[in-house]
Unconditional design. Structure first.
Length: 190
């Protein structure tokens, strides 16, 4: 009888120890998540292995660059107005760019299409066997359907000519100018 009683206390003790460790683990995770949650321009975000996650209108958007890393990429008020007043957007690029640049352009254009909340079309500046897209130029841009042109350049900037917003960048910086536009459209950056 005494042996059964001590066995019961042993089982109870182990059960309590396991329960306590589980509760403390959950508490540590909650505390850890709170410490990585931050704010930018009134928008809450968390830092993860995937990047910076912002929650806007119940949708989570993941970015590779933090907005403060992109504040040096200026956007004119005209460019901001073109984006906000557009019904749809055409993303334009040169299909004869280097393979590395095209890889970043392809990632950036599909990322923008997914996050922007706008109807996005794609076009190229010259005929190509790689891309079966219409051939257009910034001359085709209108106020209702402006163009975003990926211009391969070592100067990272965003400028506009009429209704065409020109993203000057090369390689990984292509992603930074695309994310700067996306932050703008979502209202995270002003």
């Amino acid at each position: 009888m005494k042996k059964n009683r001590s066995k019961k206390w042993g089982i109870i003790f182990i059960t309590l120890l396991i329960s306590l460790s589980m509760i403390l683990s959950i508490f540590a995770i909650v505390i850890d998540n709170q410490s990585t949650q931050q704010k930018y321009n009134g928008y809450k975000y968390i830092i993860t292995n995937e990047g910076y996650k912002f929650k806007i209108n119940k949708t989570i958007y993941t970015f590779q660059f933090h907005p403060t890393q992109l504040e040096n990429i200026n956007m004119s008020q005209d460019s901001k107005n073109i984006l906000s007043n557009s019904m749809a957007i055409v993303m334009l690029f040169n299909p004869n760019s280097t393979l590395d640049d095209l890889t970043y352009i392809d990632y950036a254009r599909f990322d923008f299409q997914e996050k922007s909340g706008k109807t996005v079309y794609f076009a190229i500046t010259t005929e190509s066997d790689k891309y079966l897209l219409p051939v257009l130029s910034c001359d085709n841009a209108t106020a209702e359907v402006p163009f975003i042109f990926f211009n391969i350049s070592t100067d990272t900037s965003i400028v506009n000519e009429g209704n065409c917003i020109i993203l000057n960048a090369k390689l990984r910086e292509i992603l930074s100018v695309e994310e700067r536009l996306t932050y703008q459209i979502l209202g995270i950056m002003k």
